[in-house]
Unconditional design. Sequence first.
Lengths: 967, 211
Amino acid sequence: MAIVAAATAGGALASPAEYEGKRIVSVTFSPATQPLEADQLTRLLPFHPNDALNLDDVRRAIDSLYNTGRYLEIAIDVAPADNGVAVTIITTPHFFVGQVSVEGADDPPSASQLVNATKLGLGTGFSETDVTQASLRLKTLLQSNGFYDAEVKPEISYRAATEEADIHFVLTLGTRAKFSQPEITGEAGSEVGKISGRTNWQKWWGLLGWRQVTENRVQQGLERVRRSYLKSDHLLAKVQMERMDYNPATKTVTPHLRIEAGPEVRVKTEGDKISSGHLKQLIPVYQEQSVDQDLLVEGQRKVEDFFQSAGYFDVKVEFRQDQLEGGEQAIVYTITRGPRYKLVKLDVQGNKYFTNETVRERLAVRPASLLQYRQGRFSLDLLERDKDAIKDLYNANGFRDVKVESKIVTGYKGKELDLAVAITIEEGPQWFVSDLDVTGVDLRLVAVIQDLVQSAAGQPYSSFNVATDRDNILNYYFNNGYPEARFDYQATPGPRPDTMSLRYTVQEGRRNFVRDVIITGLKQTNEKLVDSRLAVAPGDPLSQSQMVDGQRRLYDLGIFAKVNMAVQNPEGRERNKYVLYQFEEASRYSVSTALGAEIARIGGGDPNSLQSPAGAVGFSPRVSLGLSRNNFMGIGHTIGVLSRFSNIQKRVALNYLAPQFSGNENNSLSFSALWDDSRNVRTFTSRRWEGNAQFSHRLSRATTMQYRLTYRRVTVDENTLNISASLIPLFSQPARVGLAAVTLIQDRRDDPIDSHRGYYNTVDIGVAARAFASQTQYGRVVWRNSTYYQLGKDRVLARSTNFGWLYNYGTSPIPLPERFFAGGASSHRAFPENQAGPRDLTTGFPIGGNAFLVNSIEYRFPLIGQSLGGVLFHDAGNVYTDLNSISFRYRQRGKTDFDYMVHAVGFGFRYRTPIGPVRLDLAFSPNSPRFVGYEGTREDLLLGNGIPNVAQRISRFQFHFSLGQSF
Amino acid sequence: MRWAVAFALLAAGTAPGEIVDRIVATVGSSVVTRSDVLLHLRVRAFLDGAPLDLSAAEQRKAVDRLVEQALIRREVELSRYTPPDMADVDAMVDQMRKPRLESDSFYQGELVRYGITDEQLRQAVLWQLTLLRFVEYRFRPGVQVSDDEIKTYYGREAKATPEGKAPPPLDDVRDEIEKILAGQRVNEALNKWLEQARSQTPIKIIEEGLL
């Protein structure tokens, strides 16, 4: 800047006034290329050619230009010109942080951690001082991870067109230092000799030397030491890292720990017992490692709450601190728990506007029930919260004067320990909005804004609704490029009693638009792919929600580890702004492995044996391996291979997935090739070679259509077919199936994993025809309809009906693996896996059918606490020989009759986990099928050496263990 | 910064006249220009009745004062303090003109001599009143002066009274002492606040702009 200074140094201080009032001949910028567009510059300047020069305007021009955030320095030069003055505006542009990258990282710290540590925010103002600070921060982070000799060299490159500065840090790390024997200072107590071992900074207890220093290891080591003191009741122990001394000669670090063990502090209870585990959860002294009055009082309250929730509503808890010999401290909580009450009645009265059910849904206090809350759930704290919840409900609906009182009755109906709680609601008048006046809104937006408003004339008046209106209106403005929009409101009494007159005042402020979208950081990914997913384009209003929407779509592609998004120069008052997207691509390969096992009636001894046609309890370990190549060819597609091996199934699948196909997030296209060798139907082993292509199109949030073309070659291993010898040639013929199918999916469930409300419908219609090169011809319809009704707060009535029909319009029978099989944990629970329906009349093994109908009803309810639930269920249905054979008949007519409706009733447990409920179902079927089997091997069957017509029956008792609800 | 030097070179080469105004300091999103500095010095000298000193050293001190004022101005805008009335400004200007500038012609002549206008003067007074009001509203309510502190101050001052001269009774000067101590506390609070505001706001002084 010395040159600008020199240029101005000659100017006399009084001389600017000489130019006052002179005609401006020209206004130019130096340099000629400016960061702002010409029309914006013209709009910003308060003077133009032919105006008279006014020095106040000159000052204002500097303000306006600087406020755009695009300039670091501005000077205005005036020179005499023909009949006036020529004005030159000399500017120094302001640069902004562009791409920040790091080269030479060795995890830990990862490159991402390092970039974050620079604190150079994308799109924020750039200064070289910040880069120096960032380099220091990087050095600190590297040191805390053992790189004490690390060098950090920043390389800055400027992109003048968009005023961006890219900063690339080149790291020279050197060797990562190792720990050495820690030095301990302070009063570490008797544990001092064990501290080094507890840090876990040595490999194999020191046999293999010391570990390398990482920040994580340092923190974990300190935490381990801290925990060891807690275990020995030193609740106030302080463990701090004072410093870490680096020895460059040995490349080792000596940690200096300052430890103050403090006195032993024992927390005890008197009068009643609490397990030590519960005590540690309830008394915050353990977590905070500090003893003060507030924490002790909080502990007292939590212990009281603990007993109250168990029915001891009169519990009294007090505490005291005792100094014991040897400096020990004792914190003693004295518990007088009193009698154990039972909340037998919870009465809600006085409510007219809302039903009892609506009010009770909001209550945490619960009367005693048989299983879930044996004593009821009650505490004074819970009751107060419930009263507040009721008040909030009424307030939000215009009942500004609502009063909620409660009364606790002990000795209810003469029983000393029974308790009743009555909640009385005094609703008061409902207030309404008499009129609403909205001012300050652009005339073109009036209709839009009015649609967003809840507090229209005639609607209930509440501050909650006004707050909702404010949020809706401001969100609309923020998402349409008005970053400075403001909202104020006034409420005054209306012309009629219990009415309010509302006035909303909106200050829209300036509007911002997108100048351009700048994309950086792409290495493998095609930029067109990113462009097509962005929801903002040059000229659009600057909308945060649209920007985030684009970011979400880009993340949904699954090919980016990080999508950083920002507006350049966020604080600057410029009309058109650059939107920046900076990418970090994810690893292109991902490997998945999984181990699992299945325990069910899937066993039955030797595969050659014809015994146990209905299956016996068996165990099948399972291993899965997968490898995916993400972002294939840089277009966001995924190609992968997935294999699964178990006793009953071997499968290898090659998949190709194009999500958000052709830039539309509602479309996806997939291709897959599959080899499968499975014995999940106990009757035979089938092999499948399959290829399919599927196009999926989401019509709405809830509705999806799938269009599928499948080719498969199905082979049944004739040596594994457990059916009559005469039928083997017929059913063991290999067949090529060419199937075109359409599926409609409607999903309006609140939670697909554990649904409480809504419905789920699927209809799948397919045709295997010669036109699709199929050797077998059939039509196929599978329909499912499931509904879920919430009864009260946490009870659900769920129903699911499944129907399927295969229509053979060809001349040869439908291959066995193409038929319908059913039964099992997620189907009909009267049967083991795939054991429903027609069976071979000689061997008794299932042979599937051409139709099925299964209806399931479940009543789901809480059982114990919040995690364990119970289910009562009834399943009815079967797999039938064909459509005409579907029957609701209860009784089996004989051992060769399988076309009747099998029923199962049962009870199940559901244990809630983060990945869905773990399920155990126990089913009893009063009319499980009887049939005949064959005692002997397959060889005996062929030679006629076995014993035919052996009476068999599907066990009436079945168990199913699985994950997730049954439907 | 490379770009700054490059653009400055360009500017020097293409600007044939003289710089009539330029940025000399930036305070967050606000600027202090050389015209602000000169006006500040002119008004200050006028109000003090002192000779006009536009030396580089005075300009530098003025920049520091204007930076602090910019910090306060931002806080005033954010906090939406009620601005003083123009009637208050008129009253203050009238009071200030007595007795030295009571004559209109002399007053106008002095304005010309110092290179300012009546409007600029009134705006400067308005800002000073705003500043005083801000300090009073923002910091005065938090200041408490205890009786012990008043007594300690009184004791200290009483000791310093020249021999043979009796200090006034405490009750006579209690209010005055309280005012002095409160004023000191308010100043301390203001300085602390300014220090904090400085540390939280990017401030840049462009020394070359003052030459």
